[in-house]
Each structure stands twice: as structure tokens, then as C-alpha cells.
Design a protein around this ligand. Structure first.
Ligand SMILES: [Zn+2]
Length: 344
């Protein structure tokens, strides 16, 4: 028998330990399937630029003759080799990663249930069968699009007209296909974690699921953090702390909400809450409010969006400590987060 642990520790377990463990599995697969390919394309982009300047004098100069033909050939060969066999590499890496993620998520689900309920977790969890059919089709389509688009640009008449931009554009189309493959990997891993968590809720007869977000989650995911649904149901779609991103007509959602989203649902039963203590869902939503107040986010998210989210938060009645609230009000007046947006 396990002892129940308090909400703060439970949240720490889910967010810091469990989400990070899955992230490691994800990163390993992304690295195995795409790292060398990304490097080859980035090297090709670098050398195309320097070769162009060497051959034609400057980046904006027109390219002509045999040197141009050679450069197009080199770019085509780089884009072909970066995308060659991509489907096999991704599916190979994903097969291993999804297997590891599901096994890990099962153990994580059991540890969570024991920590939350103080009781032994169900031994048998009916984990859904893994199929990588959609992933295979998605990567195949990404590679085909990348090849088609880069071949369309890497032609003599096009490059004669566009100059170096044409060559770089062709290489970047191949790079975009790699980015799509990368998103497929991270989404697939997290979808399978989410499915395992839902099965964990079923096995443990939990009636509800609660949304857990990362500390540096985006303003949309942070809005869901701490929200409860009946087990297996969708959360209301289109929610966001940023009013500009709210979509009232959006269909229901479950995590992952977007590529590279590591949010997860965990089983929840109101009977697990301890009288007089902050419950886990409350702890999650308080922490999400704190993330909005502090501007914790990835660099990819715009400052404007985080400031709008902060304004929205402060227009309600957030349960923030006084010092956090005062700093947030100052930040809102200045329109930026004085201490930066990175999670400490
Ligand atoms: Zn998320």
C-alpha cells in the first residue's frame, strides 16, 4: 500500500519527473531519425551560399553557366539524400520510442494513482494496440511534398530568375519536410502516452480525467490545465488565455493539443482529494495561472500573446500570491516580462 502524497508533490511527480522522462524518449527518437538529415541540409544551405558568392561575386548576383548547373545539381543531391529513406528511419525510431513511452507511461500511471489515492493501482491496464499507420502515411506525404517542392525550385530557369534564393528555397523545402517528420514523432509519442493514461483511468475506475500542462506550456494549453472532464470525454475546444486565440466554434480536444505539446490527462477521482487541502486540479490550475503571470514560455511564443494572456488573467480573480500579483501588474503596464519568460 502506498501513502497518498500531497498535491504539490503529485504535481511535481507528473510535471517534472514523468513529462521529462517521456520527453527524453521523444528526443532520442527525433535525434535518431532526423539529426543527420537536418545537419546535411543545413550544411548544404551553408555551402550553397558560400559557393554562390565564390562563383558569382555576391549573394545578390545572378548565376549562370556551368557553375550554376553544378550548384543546382549539388542542391538536388543534398535534398534527395536528406529525404531518402525518411519514412523507414522515422518508423524505425518511432516503433522503439512508442513502445518505450507506453511502458513508461504505464508505470507512471500506476505511480500517479498510488500517490493520488494512497491505494495500490490496478495491475492490469488495457493499453490500446499501437498502430503507426497514420504516422507512416504522414511521413511519406511529407517526404514526397518536400521532394516535389524542392525539385520544382531547383531547376535552371527558376534559379536563373530567383538567383541564390531559388537554391536556398529548394533546400528549405526539404528541411520543412524534416520538420514535419519531427512533429509526427513527438505527436505520436504523446498521443500514445495520452491513450495509456486514459486506459489507466479506466483500469483504476477513476471517473474523471484532469489536464496537466508543462510549466512552459503555451497560453492555450495553460487554459486547460486543471480542467476536469468525465473519463474519455473531450475538453471544450478553442480555449486560450489569449483572447485573440479563442475559437468558440472549435471541436472538442484531448492532449496533445498541437505538435510538441507534452500535456497529458491523468486519472482523477474527487474522493482522492484530502479535506482541507488544495486538490490536485486546483494545484494544477493555480500553477498554470502562475505561469501566465510570470510569462513562462518557450521563446517561440510571441510576447504580445503572453501579454494579452496576462491581461486576461488579471482581469479575473487569479489566486496568486501578493508578490506575484504585484509584479504581474507592473509587467502588464510595461508590456513585457521584466524577468524574462524562461522557466527558472
Ligand atoms: Zn500542451
Amino acid at each position: 500500500m502506498a501513502d497518498p502524497i500531497n498535491s504539490a508533490e503529485l504535481l511535481k511527480l507528473v510535471q517534472e519527473k514523468q513529462i521529462i522522462a517521456i520527453q527524453r524518449i521523444e528526443n532520442k527518437a527525433v535525434k535518431a531519425a532526423t539529426e543527420k538529415r537536418f545537419k546535411a541540409i543545413d550544411d548544404a544551405i551553408g555551402s550553397a551560399t558560400s559557393n554562390w558568392v565564390k562563383a558569382f561575386g555576391s549573394m545578390s548576383a545572378d548565376g549562370t553557366g556551368a557553375p550554376l548547373t553544378d550548384m543546382i545539381r549539388a542542391a538536388l543531391s543534398s535534398s534527395n539524400s536528406a529525404l531518402k529513406g525518411l519514412e523507414g528511419s522515422v518508423i524505425g525510431a518511432l516503433t522503439e520510442a512508442v513502445g518505450a513511452a507506453v511502458t513508461t507511461a504505464q508505470a507512471q500511471g500506476a505511480a500517479f494513482v498510488e500517490g493520488a489515492s494512497g491505494k495500490a493501482a490496478a495491475k492490469r491496464v488495457a493499453v490500446p494496440a499501437v498502430s503507426l499507420k497514420e504516422e507512416r502515411a504522414a511521413v511519406k506525404a511529407a517526404a514526397a511534398d518536400g521532394l516535389k517542392e524542392s525539385r520544382a525550385l531547383l531547376r535552371k530557369p527558376v534559379v536563373e530568375r530567383l538567383g541564390l534564393r531559388g537554391i536556398l528555397g529548394g533546400l528549405r523545402r526539404a528541411r520543412n519536410a524534416l520538420s514535419r517528420a519531427k512533429s509526427t514523432i513527438t505527436t505520436s509519442v504523446n498521443e500514445n502516452v495520452t491513450k495509456t493514461m486514459r486506459a489507466t483511468a479506466t483500469a483504476n475506475k477513476a471517473k474523471y480525467e484532469v489536464w496537466v500542462a508543462e510549466r512552459d506550456a503555451c497560453v492555450n494549453c495553460l487554459k486547460y490545465a486543471g480542467q476536469i472532464v468525465k473519463k474519455g470525454e473531450d475538453w471544450t475546444g478553442g480555449q486560450s488565455w489569449d483572447p485573440n486565440q479563442v475559437d468558440k466554434n472549435a471541436p472538442g480536444v484531448r492532449p496533445p493539443l498541437h505538435p510538441h505539446c507534452r500535456c497529458r490527462p491523468v486519472p482523477w477521482d474527487p474522493a482522492w482529494a484530502k479535506p482541507g487541502e488544495v486538490s490536485l486540479p486546483e494545484a494544477i490550475s493555480r500553477e498554470a495561472e502562475r505561469s501566465v503571470a510570470r510569462g513562462f514560455s518557450l521563446a517561440s511564443e510571441s510576447n504580445a500573446s503572453r501579454v494579452r494572456a496576462l491581461k486576461e488573467l488579471l482581469s479575473g480573480s487569479p489566486s496568486l500570491p501578493k508578490t506575484v500579483l504585484e509584479r504581474a501588474q507592473r509587467d502588464l503596464r510595461r508590456g513585457e516580462f521584466a524577468r524574462g519568460r524562461a522557466v527558472p
